[in-house]
Design a protein around this ligand. Structure first.
Ligand code: PLP
Length: 360
């Protein structure tokens, strides 16, 4: 068996320990005589799995009792519609557009009401986070929406926007559990788990209880109501059972690593290795304004499309895979999520140094 260093933006690297444990339990989950994949989601064994997953997530993120945790399907993209359908009581919402995912969410919200683009960084290819300290927040906005870590462009909100008292909704898909968060600052936090937590197919929504109501837009399908999932503890219909099981194992792994404070410290140390190299390199450079750099997704370029392609090809052959930038922006991107060991980044940087020396 040989594992590569996988810098994919998602689906992405998972902790080896978790994969091994899942493999050991594949045929016979703890004496049940079957795999978790084959098990009823109403069984005692599964009930324990989903309840423990929620309890561990609550502990990791210090989620207050007046917030509900929902394990849903449809990916982060489904939330682009579910959020306005459930929260747009006045049919007005403000969107801060810092990348393609925020833009897609904004465009989807336009279907349901008056979505206002109150700030954007599109003028400079989404390479920075706009100043959000005093934005023209709409008087009757039902919420203010952000994408907290921009997976494609490699930017991250280091301070949350001043929403002037309005509910903050945040897509944290690519920074989920990478550092501590103050849940009380948000009305709704959500993310697809395939970036930093588990296998594709699960999206986690953390939502303040008062935002879960019957008062949704007319025509909202039952499956897209937060209330139905909250009332049924994420078991209204068959949940993505195996995916939730793996997420649960990752939560336990994170607790063992020391929780989110420890992950933040580790992620900062890890990202610094790559950013320091980029800042000192004569060939490679980062594409993001320094103060807005993400700890999770690091885009960089050489300035030459041919050299970029050559680098990606040679890196792949050397066991550093999925470094090609997003198809819409080109260049390279190293996604260095929680489960990417620091050795992976150190070895990548060593390889980049050699490439630079050979292509000066
Ligand atoms: C990947 C990603 C999405 C889309 O996720 P899907 O689960 O594929 O719908 C949305 N937002 C962010 C920030 C992402 O990184």
């Amino acid at each position: 068996m040989s594992r590569v260093y996988n810098f994919s933006a998602g689906p992405a690297v998972l902790p080896e320990e978790v994969l091994k444990e899942a493999a050991e339990e594949m045929l016979d989950y703890r004496g049940c005589g079957m795999s978790v994949m084959e098990m009823s989601h109403r069984s005692k064994a599964y009930e324990t799995i989903i309840q423990e997953a929620e309890a561990d997530l609550r502990e990791l993120m210090n989620i207050p009792d007046n917030y509900r945790v929902l394990f849903l399907q449809g990916g982060a993209s489904q939330q682009f519609a579910m959020i306005p359908m459930n929260l747009m009581k006045n049919r007005v919402a403000d969107y801060i557009v810092t990348g393609q995912w925020a833009k897609k969410a904004y465009q989807e919200a336009c279907i349901y009401g008056k979505a206002n683009k109150i700030a954007s960084s599109e003028d400079k290819m989404f390479s920075y986070i706009p100043d959000c300290s005093d934005l023209p927040i709409s008087e009757d906005a039902d919420y203010v929406y952000i994408c907290e870590n921009n997976t494609i462009y490699g930017t991250k909100f280091k301070t949350l926007p001043n929403t002037k008292g309005k509910t903050l909704v945040s897509d944290v898909s690519s920074c989920f559990l990478s550092e501590p968060v103050d849940v009380t600052k948000y009305g709704l936090i959500y993310g697809g788990v395939q970036k930093n937590i588990g296998p594709a197919g699960v999206v986690i929504v953390i939502i303040r209880e008062d935002l879960i109501t019957e008062d949704v837009l007319p025509g909202t399908p039952t499956m897209l109501k937060y209330k139905i999932h909250a009332d049924n503890k994420s078991l209204y219909n068959t949940p993505p059972a195996y995916g939730i099981y793996i997420c649960g194992k990752v939560f336990k792994w994170l607790k063992k690593q020391g929780g989110l404070e420890a992950m933040k410290e580790y992620n900062e140390r890890k990202a610094k290795v790559l950013y320091d190299f980029l800042d000192g390199s004569g060939l490679f450079r980062g594409t993001v304004r320094k103060e807005d750099r993400s700890l999770m997704n690091v885009p960089f370029v050489t300035g030459s499309d041919e050299l970029d392609a050559k680098f990606v090809k040679e890196a792949t052959a050397a066991g550093f895979v999925n470094l090609k930038g997003h198809r819409t922006v080109g260049g390279m991107r190293a996604s260095i999520y929680n489960a990417m060991p620091i050795e992976g980044v150190e070895k990548l940087v060593e390889f980049m140094g050699k490439f630079e020396a050979g292509n000066a």
